[in-house]
Structure formats: structure tokens, C-alpha cells
Design a protein around this ligand. Structure first.
Ligand SMILES: O=P(O)(O)OC[C@H]1O[C@H](OP(=O)(O)OP(=O)(O)O)[C@H](O)[C@@H]1O
Length: 161
């Protein structure tokens, strides 16, 4: 990855609310399936905004080294409750679609469900029904739950090294 993008909680919350607004306009969702773990964070906000109280998880791990993404494994599948619903009523939420590998695996579990992410990179874009911000493929996103406040060296000091 050549570039990085650091997101604050405020920015993430605002972007998630923007997605929630679009999802509210579409309407018709009776349940949310959050793709854990990253999807847990926007799922809570979206559930609050849309008044949805049925929230499930699909737990996925992608084995990657540093910034290279690899094989996907499903650690916990969707519940019978979710699978029994009309798929168009189920909103699958993740924070990011990157290569699209996770989205492909999740969508295979519930074809016809509506798949929404906050951020989307070009390789994964064709797999999502809704997203808020497109991020270049070569940019690594640092989400607020993975980072914290720390001292920043002045730009001038960095440039003089
Ligand atoms: O489109 P892909 O290339 O599959 O990447 C997208 C996935 O990567 C991230 O999860 P991550 O693997 O970092 O796991 P985590 O959310 O549990 O930390 C993100 O939450 C998506 O689920």
C-alpha cells in the first residue's frame, strides 16, 4: 500500500449516518447481519438510525500479512432466523469492501440480501449495493477502533531528516 487514510470516530460516524440515510430511503429491512468484526461498528449506528432491533453476525477471518489480504474462513455462519427471512429484507453491513473476497463469501451465504459498506475500493465496488466513499485500491484505511491519540512530530522536523 502506498498511501494511508486515518479515520476519526467523528468522520466514521458521519459517513455511517450518510449511509443510513440512503438505506432509510430504500427501506424494507427487517434485520441486519453484521460482518464481524469491522461491520459491528457501523451496524450499531445503522440499527439505531433505522429502528432495527434484530441484529445478527457472520464472523469471518481473512488471513493477511501486513497489508496483503489472503484466504477467508467463516468462523460463525448466519442464524436460522436470518436465513429464513426474505433475503431482500436482510441488510448485510460491513465497514469496508477491499478486494471483495469477504463480500463474495458472505453473499454466497445469503444470495439476494442487500450488501452495504461505508467504504469501498475499486476491486470490491461491483459487489456492494450501497457505499458512501470510494477509497483508492492502494490506500490502507486505519479505522478509529484500531488507533489512538498520539504525539505527532512537526512536519518540518520530519522533512529535515
Ligand atoms: O474485501 P476484502 O479484501 O475481503 O476486505 C474487507 C474485509 O476486511 C476487513 O476485515 P479484516 O479482515 O480486517 O478483519 P476484522 O474486521 O475482523 O478486523 C473488513 O472489515 C472487511 O470485512
Amino acid at each position: 500500500m502506498r498511501r494511508s487514510l486515518h479515520l476519526s470516530w467523528d468522520q466514521f460516524h458521519a459517513d455511517t449516518r450518510t449511509l443510513a440515510q440512503r438505506l432509510a430511503e430504500r427501506g424494507g429491512f427487517s434485520a441486519i447481519a453484521a460482518v464481524a468484526r469491522g461491520g459491528l461498528f457501523p451496524a450499531g449506528v445503522i440499527a439505531r438510525e433505522l429502528g432495527i432491533r434484530v441484529i445478527e453476525t457472520i464472523c469471518v477471518v481473512s488471513y493477511h500479512e501486513d497489508t496483503t489480504r489472503g484466504e477467508i474462513a467463516v468462523l460463525k455462519s448466519l442464524s436460522e432466523d436470518i436465513l429464513a427471512r426474505p433475503p431482500q429484507e436482510v441488510l448485510i453491513v460491513d465497514d469496508l469492501v477491499d478486494t471483495g473476497n469477504t463480500a463474495r463469501v458472505v453473499k454466497a451465504q445469503l444470495p439476494g440480501a442487500y450488501f452495504a459498506t461505508i467504504y469501498a475500493k475499486p476491486l470490491g465496488l461491483p459487489l456492494v449495493d450501497a457505499y458512501v466513499r470510494e477509497i483508492p485500491q492502494d490506500t490502507w484505511i486505519y479505522f478509529p477502533w484500531d488507533t489512538g491519540l498520539s504525539f505527532q512530530e512537526p512536519i518540518g522536523a520530519r522533512n529535515s531528516r
